[in-house]
Design a protein around this ligand. Structure first.
Ligand code: HEM
Length: 132
């Protein structure tokens, strides 16, 4: 790719590293929540996701700027941002203290589907995963 050099690949590596950590921590917190474990007592589990997600989003914004492709201009990035909003809202519901226990699994699975969709969009650079 012309004009894309080592700094871009390092930031992309950082982005993907944060993606792996972010999804792993969400699965861990969601599972502990489903099994009614008191994970909020762990400072690490409460704070780390915020730090990781901030780095994840900052690297996303930087890469978008660097390749000159933007949400609400390029469809795949629009899809990523909208699905990210869905992931955040569904994730909040899945982990929320006021969500009835019987609904937590549904929100958890739905959140995993939205983040899975985002990974598919990222890999194909297409909102339909290249199927349309
Ligand atoms: C939870 C949210 C997100 C996940 C799971 C995610 C996932 C990924 C993955 C797996 C890649 C690597 C793709 C590859 O190897 O080719 C990637 C790249 C990228 N992501 Fe994200 N991402 C997220 C949020 C965002 C957001 C909100 C933006 C919007 C600005 C964004 C912009 C980018 C860009 C510009 C690349 C580089 C694409 C390339 O060079 O091929 N990401 N993302």
């Amino acid at each position: 790719m012309e004009g894309i050099c080592v700094d871009y690949y390092l930031v992309k590596l950082l982005h993907v590293g944060c993606v792996v950590l972010s999804i792993s921590l969400f699965i861990l917190r969601g599972s502990l929540e489903l099994f009614a474990q008191a994970w909020r007592q762990s400072r690490l589990l409460r704070v780390a996701p915020h730090v990781i997600d901030t780095v994840l989003l900052s690297s996303a914004v930087w890469m978008a700027w660097r390749i000159g492709q933007y949400p609400f201009v390029n469809a795949w990035l629009t899809a990523k941002v909208l699905a990210l909003l869905a992931y955040i809202l569904l994730g909040m519901k899945a982990l929320g203290k006021s969500t009835p226990a019987s609904q937590k699994l549904v929100y958890f699975v739905a959140a995993l589907f939205s983040v899975g969709y985002i990974v598919g969009v990222a890999l194909t650079r297409s909102p339909s995963w290249g199927m349309l």
